[in-house]
Ligand binder design. Structure first.
Ligand SMILES: Nc1ncnc2c1ncn2[C@@H]1O[C@H](COP(=O)(O)OP(=O)(O)O)[C@@H](O)[C@H]1O
Ligand SMILES: [Mg+2]
Length: 371
């Protein structure tokens, strides 16, 4: 039996089960929760209790942003659904759609199974996050902490979550150093001014990590990481093309390289990313499918396909071709008239006489025009 002190009842509606923890981050704890009104019967929900007090800058920010996202993000499947934003005992409590887990769980699971995400799978995840970001950009929100732990999934749909460090971009864009170092753009370490481009960099690191199950550079500690990031200025990241898929199509390594460039002015921006052929058409996947098909053809089969391509024309095709060539050589631009007359005349005549009949017509035509 659940004791009363283990449950928080909010708005006479939400029961939050404090003994049933789903997840925990640096600033919040996620608990199981039930909506007594059952307003969304097809959706499971959970509650995030922000650990710092309401007076805290971080709490205020999450309260404001989540209240905004509750209204504007409803139609976007790639942003975690905010059902309610409430206050309890000087703490912010968010009622959220409950997901199956976060992307870091999936990365760990693959590692245990000694598998990696295929480039096509990684691209699909990146595509979905990019779609979620469209709304953030529209609302002028910089996330500032994109990383696998903050990407949730449910039924193969990936969702941007945890807006604890996010903020509305302002005119000056001068922000404090925040985020998770491994996913943070160089500007977060050295420049006081950074923008949405910092989120592109984080997404580039996630993209790389999904495919290679590692980071683009070795960084055992913060010192080393900063050193590597500094070097990026002079030595941009070169993504390996060693995977068989990349030998055929290196558009993914090219894109990751563009996402991880040191200077924001050189790095691909969100508008360009939204329009990138990989994001719009999934062209990489199509190419992969073609590749699989080509690979499955045995060399002899391929040879026979080529042979059929240069097959000798049939007798009939030959006659028709000769007719056209001859006609175009002798009297240019006469094809429509002559063909009409021929077609009327030869109706029911054996095709093999067509060429001879045509020669007679040409001669008659030449005589008519006195050529
Ligand atoms: N809606 C949710 N559904 C399922 N799990 C969640 C949900 N929200 C968060 N989690 C889990 O809890 C962890 C911490 O949540 P998060 O919002 O990132 O808190 P923090 O602000 O402390 O980082 C996430 O990494 C994830 O594993
Ligand atoms: Mg988090």
């Amino acid at each position: 039996m659940i004791k009363n002190e283990e449950i928080i009842l909010l708005e006479n509606r939400y029961e939050i089960y404090l003994k049933k923890e789903i997840g925990r981050g640096q600033y919040g704890v996620i608990y199981e929760c039930q909506d007594l009104l059952n307003e969304y019967p097809d959706k499971k929900i959970c509650a995030k209790k922000i650990t710092c007090f309401l007076q805290d800058e971080k709490s205020k920010r999450e309260f404001e942003l989540m209240s905004k996202l509750k209204i504007v993000a409803k139609g976007n499947p790639n942003i975690v659904n905010v059902i309610d934003v409430l206050l309890h005992d000087e703490h912010v409590i968010l009622i959220l759609e409950r997901c199956e887990g976060d992307l870091s769980d999936l990365i760990r699971k693959r590692r245990r199974q000694q598998q990696r995400f295929t480039p096509a799978e990684a691209l699909e995840i990146i595509k979905q996050i990019t779609n979620g970001y469209k709304l953030l950009l529209e609302q002028k929100i910089i996330h500032r902490d994109l990383k696998p732990q903050n990407i949730l999934y449910v039924n193969n749909t990936y969702k941007i979550a945890d807006f604890g460090l996010a903020r509305i971009a302002d005119q000056f864009g001068i922000y404090t150093k925040l985020g998770t170092p491994r996913y943070s753009a160089p500007q977060i370490f050295w420049d006081y001014q950074y923008s949405y481009s910092a989120d592109i960099y984080s997404l580039g690191i996630i993209f790389y990590q999904l495919i290679f199950d590692s980071f683009p550079f070795d960084a055992k500690d913060l010192q080393r990481l900063k050193h590597e990031l500094f070097l990026l200025k002079y030595k941009p990241i070169k993504v390996s093309r060693d995977l068989p898929e990349f030998k055929l199509d290196d558009s993914i390594p090219n894109l990751i390289e563009q996402m991880l460039l040191y200077h924001e002015k050189d790095r691909i921006n969100w508008t360009k990313l939204f329009q990138h052929k990989l994001i719009i058409n999934n062209q990489f996947e199509t190419k992969l499918i073609n590749q699989v098909e080509t690979q499955s053809i045995n060399p002899f089969q391929e040879l026979s396909i080529q042979e059929t391509k240069i097959e000798k024309p049939s007798k009939e095709q030959n006659i028709n071709q000769q007719t056209t060539d001859f006609q175009n050589q002798i009297i240019p631009n006469t094809q429509p008239i002559i063909s009409k007359e021929i077609s009327k005349f030869v109706e029911g005549v054996d095709q093999s006489y067509l060429f001879q009949i045509f020669v007679v017509f040409i001669l008659l035509e030449l005589q008519k025009r006195k050529l």
